[in-house]
Design a protein around this ligand. Structure first.
Ligand code: GLN
Length: 441
């Protein structure tokens, strides 16, 4: 049924880069047999999932929506993929994304843009747009995305699904193709908070292959709790009026449920976006250096090339946005500018962390809009990098600070476009964050 559904909706939304037709049926049969043989079935038995195409899947092409990795078939599974499969989940396909997860709309993809299932003339958000759209369009129940600066939450908000970015170090990054290591985490998207919590339970916990993972394997429940809630003024101030109206309504709902709500200020939030893009591009320029046509890339005969022209020719296959980031990232790391840009960005990061620590002494969760604007038409910002970067203004804070954040559907605008509420909590306080999110279930 899932594969039939995919056949019907894919031509309209283009959420999947690869459909795992044969593999999914094989996995399902193996699972059936396991159950017939009386073996324990995992908590996600038979649940259809899609996996963002920058997360390695053994034997299934993993392209990062880039020409660079067009024919790359990983020889191993990412830890998160292995854990989901151990829990019984079935991979139905690989989800579309912005090339190497760099973007906020899923337009920077070699496979063409993914479309928003609620209005196919609009963007689904990004960079995990294929993930959120595949869940919203009922092609699967759950999807794994990656969130470096909002890439799970942004499309979750635009597609009216739930999307979660875990605390840095809660979920293994082994097998996630790196964009900006110090910022990113793999996170689930689903139609309900309970689904997302179930997926999180399957993927969390220490991994010997990723030494940045924290010890232990927590388990989360979903329940409603009266909490102390802070609405971040800076997040609301720049938002579209329709977005703020719906966020204030969510604030009232929390109050009615017994939460103690107040408006708070987070002054350093204004520097977050500049700090994020400086650090993300610096790390990207370093990570992408490996695509040198020797270790990864194409079969390209070196005949007739100097080594540097060979290198340049291969790297000309990156898309525009990726090139822009490699150039900017190399610039902010270069000796004359390192102190001026990169170091400053790191200082802002410390400042933000300190400010958040003190806020989380007064509040269990901080809330605001996930996205400052409504889903916009495809093509509107694709030629204007600064406008594109600006849409991430509310999501990057959590990545810089390493704290968890979730986007839950908060309602629809007058024009019937989805608005997401972002809820952030202190590091490793996923439980409290899920409690707040469950209010909107
Ligand atoms: N839009 C942000 C960027 O382009 C976030 C991307 C992401 O989280 N992978 O960097």
């Amino acid at each position: 049924q899932v594969l039939e559904r995919i056949e019907v909706v894919e031509p309209k939304i283009n959420a999947l880069v690869t459909v795992n037709n044969k593999g999914a049926i094989e996995q399902a049969r193996a699972l059936d047999k396991k159950i017939r043989d009386g073996k324990a079935a995992g908590p996600l038995s038979g649940v259809a999932i899609s996996v963002k195409d920058n997360i390695s899947t053994k034997g299934i092409r993993t392209t990062c929506a880039s020409k660079m990795l067009d024919s790359y078939v990983p020889p191993y599974d990412a830890t998160v993929v292995k854990r989901l499969q151990d829990a019984g989940a079935i991979i139905i396909g690989k989800a579309n994304l912005d090339e190497f997860a760099m973007g906020s709309t899923t337009e920077f993809s070699r496979n063409g843009p993914t479309r928003n299932p609620w209005d196919i003339s609009r963007v689904p958000g990004g960079s995990s747009g294929g993930s959120a759209a595949s869940v919203a369009a009922m092609e699967c129940a759950i999807s794994l995305g990656s969130d470096t600066g909002g890439s799970v939450r942004c499309p979750a908000s635009f597609c009216s699904v739930v999307g979660l970015k875990p605390t840095y170090g809660l979920v293994s990054r082994y097998g996630l193709i790196s964009y900006a290591n110090s910022l990113e985490q793999v996170g689930p998207a689903g139609r309900t908070v309970a689904d997302v919590a179930a997926a999180l339970n399957a993927i969390v916990g220490q991994d010997e292959n990723d030494h940045t993972t924290a010890p232990g394997k927590p388990s989360y429940l979903v329940s409603k709790m009266p909490l102390r809630v802070g609405l971040v003024k800076e997040f609301i101030e720049g938002a579209d009026p329709e977005v703020s109206r719906i966020i204030y309504r969510a604030y009232d709902t929390l109050e009615k449920e017994g939460c103690r709500c107040a408006e708070v200020s987070m002054p350093s939030a204004q520097y977050a976006l500049a700090s994020y893009y400086t650090i993300a591009m610096a790390e990207a320029s370093s990570n992408l250096a490996r695509y040198d046509n020797v270790r990864y890339g194409f079969d390209m005969s070196p005949d007739g090339y100097e080594w540097n022209s060979y290198f340049a020719k291969g790297r000309s296959n990156f898309g525009e946005e990726v090139k822009r980031r490699i150039i900017t990232g190399s610039y902010v790391l270069s000796s004359g500018y390192y102190g001026k840009y990169y170091l400053k960005a790191q200082q802002v990061r410390s400042l933000l962390r300190r400010e958040l620590k003190s806020l989380f002494r007064q509040f269990d969760v901080l809330i605001g809009p996930t996205m400052p604007i409504l889903p916009f038409p495809i093509g509107e910002k694709v030629d204007d990098p600064l406008k594109m970067y600006l849409v991430d203004v509310d999501t990057v804070v959590a990545n810089l600070a390493g704290i968890p954040a979730i986007s839950v559907p908060a309602g629809f605008s007058g024009d019937n476009l989805p608005v997401g509420l972002q809820i952030m909590a202190d590091e490793f306080s996923e439980q409290v964050m899920l409690d707040a999110a469950y209010t909107f279930e």
